[in-house]
Design a protein around this ligand. Structure first.
Ligand code: SAH
Length: 401
């Protein structure tokens, strides 16, 4: 499938991001394509003088026509190339020493690990892979073989059911692709807490692994013990489990998904035991928060971990209004000296913009808010310096007066 004559010629003046090791080549940067590559083929990337810049996989059906794999002219893209990249990613994860307290974490974080479009998460003995681009999708079997050989998992599950695949001209697919099928509920550990995960039916690859360190930071005993916590967008109880384990007097969990809340309740019960004061409310977060505001209900801590509001640049303004409304409502529900833990996983909304939005919400709510910690994605989701797009999760822990 690799076409050795295929060449992407970059327009004069558009080479700089490539020199700076940004891995994406947009269609507008390409002067011409030589050698008739098929979608998914490897192509050499050259400047207008014909000098080598990089080697990329090609997809004319995406706005991102090329995703760079190497900047080294002497490095062919073969099985040993993929194996070296995977080895490097695994070495980086081993060095984090997450095991044994945590056995669910990201092994391969796409562009950030030099493997654009490929995500692999580990859940105990199972691996979950997401192929987000055509260049990766066409080589799926290579990755399955390498992962099986290198990691000896019990099974590999594919969760290529992310909507971004449409931008690559791909359908959504999911299923068990190697070895055993995972059980309907697999038990994994995160910082010593047991979570039941549905690898085939859950969101993303099963859990929001990127929030791991933030659960620890926000739900420290000195912040939650004896406190009334409102956990908005609770999913399967990530934050709830930590807050319960560290002595929160009550936790109100809100999510639109009943299935997620059912798992959340089971997770808390299994890990911490009966908690008669906790509530699980299935509904729209905005509506429930408005209802609590009208009721005059107050909390010591509010956690806001909404889904992605901005999917494209055009969404930024609408998303900003959504974040502002949500934070404004949450701020109204906090007691004096209470804590707001607020997040955005929209890559399009920068940390700077997010901070401004929360500031605007605080002004409108008439509250003083002090940032006591700035939060980001867990280190198994590394941010590549040459690819700022890989920084997507941001959060603020604020003391509110
Ligand atoms: N905090 C969670 C992850 C949250 S993901 C954790 O740590 O694991 C976002 C969640 O928001 C999803 O579970 C989704 O079902 C829920 N959701 C999406 N839109 C919502 C809405 N309008 N109201 C309430 N919940 C919503």
């Amino acid at each position: 499938m690799d076409s050795h004559q295929a060449v992407l010629v970059i327009k004069r003046g558009r080479e700089k991001p490539i020199h700076n090791r940004h891995p994406w080549i947009f269609s507008g940067a390409i002067a011409r394509v030589e050698g008739r590559p098929e979608p998914g083929d490897i192509a050499a990337v050259v400047d207008e003088r014909g000098d080598f810049l990089a080697r990329a996989y090609y997809n004319p059906h995406s706005q991102i026509n090329g995703r760079i794999l190497t900047w080294n002219p002497d490095e062919p893209i073969d099985d040993s190339f993929w194996q070296r990249k995977i080895e490097r990613a695994l070495a980086g994860r081993a060095a984090l020493a997450l095991e044994p307290e945590t056995n669910a974490y990201r092994l391969i974080n796409a562009e950030s690990d030099g493997l654009p479009g490929l995500i692999v998460d580990k859940y105990d003995d199972f691996l979950v892979m997401q192929c987000l681009t055509l260049g990766i999708d066409g080589r799926k079997q290579t990755f399955i073989n390498l992962l099986a050989k290198m990691l000896h998992p019990a099974g590999i599950v594919e969760r290529s059911d992310a909507s971004v695949r449409a931008q690559e001209g791909l359908n959504e697919v999911k299923g068990s692709v190697w070895g055993q099928e995972p059980p309907a509920e697999l038990l994994v550990r995160e910082n010593g807490h047991a979570f039941g995960v549905d690898l085939l039916g859950g969101h993303k690859t099963g859990l929001y692994l990127d929030q791991r360190d933030n659960r620890t930071a926000v739900c420290q005993p000195q912040f939650v013990a004896g406190k009334e916590v409102l956990n908005v967008f609770a999913y399967t109880g990530g934050f709830a489990l930590y807050a319960a384990a560290n002595g929160a007097s009550s936790i109100v969990n809100i999510d639109s998904s009943i299935e997620a809340l059912t798992l959340a309740e089971q997770n808390v019960l299994r890990d911490v035991g009966e908690r008669p004061l906790d509530e699980y409310i299935a509904g729209d977060a905005f509506e429930v928060l408005r209802y609590y505001r009208d009721e005059g209900r107050q909390f010591d801590m509010v956690i806001l971990d909404p889904p992605k509001f901005a999917h494209s640049r055009r969404d930024i303004e609408r998303a900003s209004r959504g974040y502002k409304d949500l934070n404004w409502l949450a701020l109204r529900l906090l007691r004096q000296g209470g804590l707001l833990a607020t997040f955005s996983c929209s890559g399009r909304v920068s940390a700077d913009l997010f901070q401004k939005i929360v500031f605007g919400a605080a002004v409108d709510a008439g509250r003083d808010a002090q940032i006591i910690q700035q939060l980001g994605q867990a280190p198994d989701h590394p941010i590549l310096l040459s690819f700022p797009e890989s920084a997507y999760l941001k959060g603020l822990l604020c003391r509110v007066w």
